[in-house]
Design a protein around this ligand. Structure first.
Ligand SMILES: Nc1ncnc2c1ncn2[C@@H]1O[C@H](COP(=O)(O)OP(=O)(O)OP(=O)(O)O)[C@@H](O)[C@H]1O
Length: 621
């Protein structure tokens, strides 16, 4: 079935544009034979954040799924309205008043005049959406968040709990689960909120559990899905007769060989029942994320004892072969969809025993560049699946509608601040069209970095007065071609910058990312800094900053805990990009600062809207 071509309107410029390729493409068979043609013709819904993630669309797209329900006259419960933070004004009852103060409404909660007034309607629309989340559900979430205070309260295996404190969060005191971990771990261990009523529409629901984990960037989603998955893996293994029999045979063979190695015997005669048959799969969009999630899973495996292997384009075919067909069996694979789908084409059995499938950065992996491969993996794994988890910090409307239509039983675990950039992250705006930059964005960018560096230089490093604290700054550009241009300019201005894009060599990329993902403070002594300055004595030198210039490649999922500053060289195309790029700073409760450079062709009102939403702590839509 072909989706109907229609005019779409760009989020940033709101100008009419030709239909996107996605709208013209045939629907993937695994997406089901549905059309999204009746969607409102404004902008592609894959670029629009859903404001109804906790509840799902009220009905499938095309049947009013996108249209908010008419507000009910009856309140939601006996105490409804008591915890309102805004006046309970029903704008449908006083159109004249609203029209006079806010301009004309186009019926979708939007002002048809362009400019500042539109924001008022957006805010109103969001409040209306929030107020219809059932009172009982809000209360249940609140209760669960307060009742769980430590990882010990979860029904997890002791070795998994030990792995959290002794490996993953080693060295931290007062370890507490984050909100998404509290909600997701309990639910995935079989203790969901009963208020999250699941509409059991299909038989599949009886044999498989499905979860959507939607929570802010840097809120600990990786542990939220890894811990219960590993718990289930270990539990199932203990109950698996094949594995028990294999271990007994292995023991007998060891005794028989009097301590001599048994690896040859295993290779030739009796491979482990889990060889090349992983029971858990985690899909992520990039090779960098494969390494990151693998590192966390590997550290848990030191204590909880399971076999995890990474697969990505970073590994050559021989290494991939070794990783998959290792004699000791394999329990969990962390992979990009492209590599795994290719392997599954050659050896379909590889996905024949998958019990747990996690799709991290789900909005990317269900988007057009990944969806064919992701779809193949989902399709092949479905018959054996016991749990499927989709995870993301941004849920576009299209994904929301898709989930409602194809996974109606999905349990939506959504944290209250989803789609909002936390207030602890501040956004500064530099108008590049004004003096002293006069549209020289490169100069403005270098200046912004110099001001961050100079600011930091006035403070002593953590080691005392003899040390300088090195700041890690990420600069995001929209186009890959700009990364090198911006990097070269920054270097010419004495700034230590590295370009990160698909063509950067693996080693250089890994080195640069390692500096940015390390949680250790980065510092140099004053003598070192002076020496470096002398080496480049012909020009100014900023010794106390390290900069990565990247495209979206580095904006998704990369855990840059130590980054406090993000420079948005280009205004992001969508609010989704805003959330992910700014989400590299201010992670896990830390403070952060974003600086956006606005040129003469950029939409200032969109930037102003994002800034205001951030100031008010509201979700971006
Ligand atoms: N309970 C916890 N207490 C303290 N730190 C934690 C806790 N859980 C996770 N972390 C740390 O928080 C950081 C961010 O976690 P993670 O990468 O899982 O975030 P995320 O929600 O997946 O972010 P993104 O949406 O950007 O991918 C990691 O460094 C992780 O070790």
């Amino acid at each position: 079935m072909w989706k109907r071509a229609r005019e779409s309107v760009c989020l940033i410029c709101r100008s009419a544009s030709t239909p996107t390729r996605a709208l013209l493409e045939p629907t993937q068979p695994w997406l089901g034979q549905r059309t999204f043609a009746t969607r409102r013709p404004e902008r592609p819904s894959r670029m629009v954040l859903s404001d109804r993630v906790a509840r799902g669309p009220s009905s499938p797209p095309g049947k009013g799924g996108d249209v908010p329900k008419k507000p009910r006259n009856k309140p939601d419960g006996p105490w409804a309205g008591m915890n309102r933070t805004v006046a309970n004004i029903d704008r449908t009852r006083s159109p004249a008043k609203f029209a006079s103060t806010r301009g004309r409404d186009d019926g979708n909660g939007k002002d048809d005049r362009r400019g500042g007034k539109e924001r008022d309607f957006k805010a109103l629309k969001m409040q209306r959406a929030l107020s219809t989340v059932p009172y009982s559900l809000r209360q249940a979430v609140k209760a669960r968040l307060t009742e769980i205070e430590s990882f010990d309260q979860f029904d997890l295996r002791q070795d998994v709990k030990d792995a959290v404190t002794n490996e993953v969060l080693k060295g931290m005191t007062d370890i507490k689960p984050t909100p998404v971990q509290k909600l997701a771990i309990s639910a995935m261990l079989g203790n969901p909120l009963k208020e999250l009523r699941i509409r059991r529409r299909s038989k599949d629901a009886l044999q498989r559990e499905e979860f959507l984990l939607a929570a802010e960037t840097g809120s600990g989603k990786t542990l939220a899905y890894l811990l219960p998955t590993i718990h289930h893996l270990r539990k199932q293994e203990a109950e698996d007769e094949n594995v028990t029999r294999y271990n007994e045979r292995l023991q007998v063979e060891r005794e028989h060989r009097n301590g001599a190695p048994v690896s040859e015997w295993i290779e030739k005669f009796e491979p482990h029942p889990n060889t090349a048959r992983p029971r858990a799969i985690v899909l992520v969009p990039t090779a960098e994320l494969v390494e990151q999630v693998y590192k966390v899973a590997k550290s848990i495996s030191h204590v909880a004892k399971f076999k995890v292997r990474p697969l990505s384009a970073n590994y050559n075919p021989a290494k991939i072969q070794r990783n998959l067909y290792s004699h000791g069996g394999i329990d969990m694979i962390i992979s990009t969809p492209h590599i795994l789908a290719k392997i599954a084409e050659r050896d379909p059995n590889i996905l024949s025993r998958v019990h747990h499938l996690v799709i991290d950065e789900a909005d990317s992996l269900f988007d057009r560049s990944f969806s064919p491969e992701t779809g193949k993996i989902v399709d092949r794994s479905l018959p054996s699946l016991k749990q499927m988890v989709l995870c993301s910090a941004t849920i576009p409307r299209r994904l929301d509608n898709y989930l409602d239509a194809h996974f109606p039983n999905i349990q939506r675990i959504v944290t209250p601040n989803l789609h909002a950039i936390p207030r602890r992250v501040q956004l500064g705006v530099i108008d590049v069209s004004k003096d002293p930059y006069r549209n020289n964005k490169l100069l403005a960018c270098a200046d912004a970095i110099w001001s961050i560096g100079k600011d930091a230089a006035s403070h002593d490093g953590p080691g005392g007065p003899g040390e300088i604290d090195v700041k890690r700054i990420m600069v995001f550009v929209n186009e890959r071609d700009s990364t090198q241009e911006v990097t070269d300019y920054l270097i010419s201005k004495g700034i230590d910058a590295v370009a990160l894009h698909r063509d950067t060599s693996d080693q250089r990329q890994a080195e640069a990312l390692a500096t940015f993902t390390s949680n250790e403070p980065l510092k140099i002594t004053k003598e070192e800094s002076e020496k470096r300055a002398q080496l480049v004595k012909s020009r100014r030198h900023l010794p106390n900053t390290k900069v990565i210039v990247a495209t979206d490649l580095a904006s998704r999922g990369i855990d840059t805990l130590a980054v406090r500053h993000v420079v948005l060289y280009d205004v992001p195309h969508t609010t989704i990009d805003f959330i992910h790029r700014l989400g590299r700073a201010g992670r896990m409760g830390r403070r952060g600062r974003g600086i956006v450079l606005v040129g003469k062709n950029d939409r200032r009102d969109v930037v102003a809207e994002v800034k205001e939403s951030m100031y008010m702590g509201q979700a971006l839509i």
